[in-house]
Design a protein around this ligand. Structure first.
Ligand code: ASP
Ligand code: MG
Length: 430
């Protein structure tokens, strides 16, 4: 069996959804689970609804209405008959969130966020599922929140593996055996109490990988608007080239350091079961994309320099106030504080009494982190940086990437890896 994942760009409007149907039509009669994200930039729009609700700006209902109207308009272009059950599903989902907005927020930001933002995937899967059915592509819409049980870490739900696997095996296997396509939501999970959780932004790739793992899939495919995995972001390097085969190891390193093509958490569940990952273009579905698999383990030496950039970094310099050495005791304490605030250190270095780290600048968590660190350390922070990583570097690639840049922290291994944090800020969408 196969698992497919379609991201926001692949379902951004009615034409895009028709294109998804064209791709799926070729797989009718084969066992297939299809994991879908919210349409286009819906998640961002729903984040704005959440913020407006939490801050009680008075704009939340209006912003929600715009999201619902846009989904209705796309639905009308796909299914003209307004008596179709799709329209009552949309009305029900939208009025559920509207009712929540009409009350003052009582719960934590994370809880409220997940209950609102999950609307995106619930709507997108309803629309795609209904449209496929009208096209004669028999499928079943499944509520992933009943399958993937998570803890209640809202916005970063941790999947409870055993229960989820049992649910998936019992509820999904009979559907795909018929064979009928199973259509479900990426990015979402559910707690034991029946509340919705989300798995972290861009988490639909991970959802698909979890399904692939639990169902022992033969392969997983992520359908993208790029021809596969490239050695650099083509928006920054027009001469970027596609890599035909990549090992799990290379793929996880690239994505961890900021290659946006797939979510870094996607690799582990696939690697653990040796399931190949295909990254293919929904624009040119007849082309081979990139295959990430164990067969590529010996091909790493043939790779071109792979350049990944992570924007919006913050450099922290942490110095012990009492001049105690930055040795194991202080370091383990500092790392413990980072872990508790769920801040990932992307690049670190230490000296006699100082520790420097280049970290993701996630504003609401950073403030709490700084408050705690400042109790025992003097801390300086420097925002607006970028983290540049070159794997399989060459002197030319380094020269090209470092020209005219002011590097503030760097690391290099003998052949493989060079990474630095510098003062150039890339555009936000990177
Ligand atoms: N819709 C969610 C997001 O934009 C999940 C995903 O696209 O993977 O973050
Ligand atoms: Mg998305």
């Amino acid at each position: 069996m196969r698992v497919f994942k379609f991201g926001g760009a692949s379902v951004k409007d009615a034409d895009a959804i028709r294109n998804v149907a064209d791709i799926l039509r070729q797989y009718v009669g084969t066992p297939l689970v299809v994991v879908i994200s919210a349409l286009g930039k819906t998640t961002n729009a729903l984040e704005a609804v959440t913020d407006a609700h939490i801050q009680q700006t008075g704009k939340a209902a209006e912003l929600l209405q715009a999201v619902c109207d846009q989904h209705l308009s796309i639905s009308r272009q796909l299914i003209a008959d307004e008596q179709h059950p799709l329209y009552s599903h949309i009305a029900q989902l939208c009025s559920g969130v509207a009712a929540m907005l009409s009350r003052r927020p009582q719960a934590t930001y994370g809880f409220v966020y997940d209950q609102i933002v999950s609307l995106g995937e619930l709507l997108s899967t309803r629309i795609v599922s209904a449209y496929l059915q009208t096209q004669g592509i028999d499928n079943e819409w499944i509520d992933v929140r009943l399958l993937l049980r998570t803890d209640n870490t809202y916005r970063e739900g941790q999947i409870q593996w055993k229960h989820s696997q049992q649910q998936i095996k019992t509820l999904v296997t009979p559907i795909i055996k018929q064979p009928k396509m199973a259509i479900t939501q990426g990015f979402l999970g559910g707690t034991i109490e029946g509340f919705t959780t989300t798995l972290g932004r861009e988490g639909s790739d991970y959802t698909a990988a979890v399904f692939a793992n639990m169902l022992d899939a033969d392969s997983m495919t992520v359908w993208k608007d790029v021809p596969g995995i490239l050695n650099a972001d083509p928006r920054l390097m027009p001469n970027a080239v596609k890599i035909a085969q990549l090992s799990y190891y290379e793929a996880i390193e690239m994505t961890y350091y900021g290659a946006h093509v797939i979510h870094p958490k996607t690799i582990k569940p696939l690697q653990n079961k040796g399931i190949p990952l295909h990254v293919r273009s929904f624009v040119q579905p007849d082309q081979d994309g990139t295959v990430v698999s164990k067969n590529a383990d010996n091909l790493s030496t043939a790779l071109p320099p792979v350049i990944v950039i992570k924007a919006n970094q913050l450099l922290l310099s942490v110095v012990s106030k009492d001049f105690s050495f930055m040795a194991e005791e202080n370091l383990s304490r500092i790392y413990e504080i980072f872990a508790r605030h769920r801040i990932k250190t992307n690049l670190t270095q230490n000296a006699a009494i100082s520790f420097s780290a280049c970290i993701d600048n996630t504003p609401n968590r950073i403030k709490e982190l700084l408050d705690e660190l400042e109790e025992d350390y003097s801390v300086k922070s420097n925002a607006g940086l970028s983290l540049v990583t070159i794997r399989h570097y060459t002197p030319e690639a380094i020269a090209q990437q470092t020209e005219g840049r002011e590097i503030v922290l760097e690391q290099k291994s003998r052949y493989l890896f060079k990474c630095w944090c510098d003062k150039k800020q890339y555009f936000d969408s990177l």
